[in-house]
Design a protein around this ligand. Sequence first.
Ligand code: HEC
Length: 195
Amino acid sequence: MKRHYLAAATLALGVMTGHQAAAQACAADVEDAFDLEEAAIAEIYDCISDRMVEAYTTEGNEVAAAYRDWAKTSTRPAVAGAHDNRLLFTFANDIAAEQYLKYAEDGVVMPAGSVLAKESITISTKNKEARVGPLFIMTKGEAGSAPETADWVYSAVQPNGKPMRIKQSFCHDCHVSWESRDMLGYPLEEVRLSN
Ligand code: HEC
């Protein structure tokens, strides 16, 4: 009896997540994410843009509810390679924008309270579709608040709206390669928007 119930519950859950995933998918007919042309990216973003916010805000995440009103840092989403070849699009809050949009190379110190939120779109070359990927977030704390990560706190929201479990060191070990830029990777040069 109990097992039966469990199986039914699992099935219902499976159907629900399958449905959710389908609702978040858009066509992306490409062999390799790096081959996506500007027009194809525009088409994907047109299709998926509203679904992203819907997905990230499912559980009431505050950054998810706010970031679309922040400063865009690039002209469009682009594939940089890092973050699993996803299409990436970063937004900077009011505190972060002025300094971030300079894309300075040296001596960068982002003010406490800076938040960068980066949307991502996963391209499945197998299923020929684009799906909502995680929303990646970096938040700068007061000096001394997180000495091991240069006062940055890394976090991410999954496409189901729930916080992703991450290790600070996983994110920071890569971002630390931009130490002189206060750990910032910056968008690809050809899509950067500046002040
Ligand atoms: C293997 C290297 C690597 C790892 C690991 C990594 N990132 Fe990034 N990250 C990058 C690169 C490269 C960029 C800039 C590329 C772009 O956004 O177009 C970036 C950009 C970002 C940005 C936009 C701000 C900026 O740096 O310009 C955020 C926010 C971010 N990453 C969060 C995270 C979080 C959270 C994690 C851990 C879950 C993480 N990253 C793990 C390489 C990495």
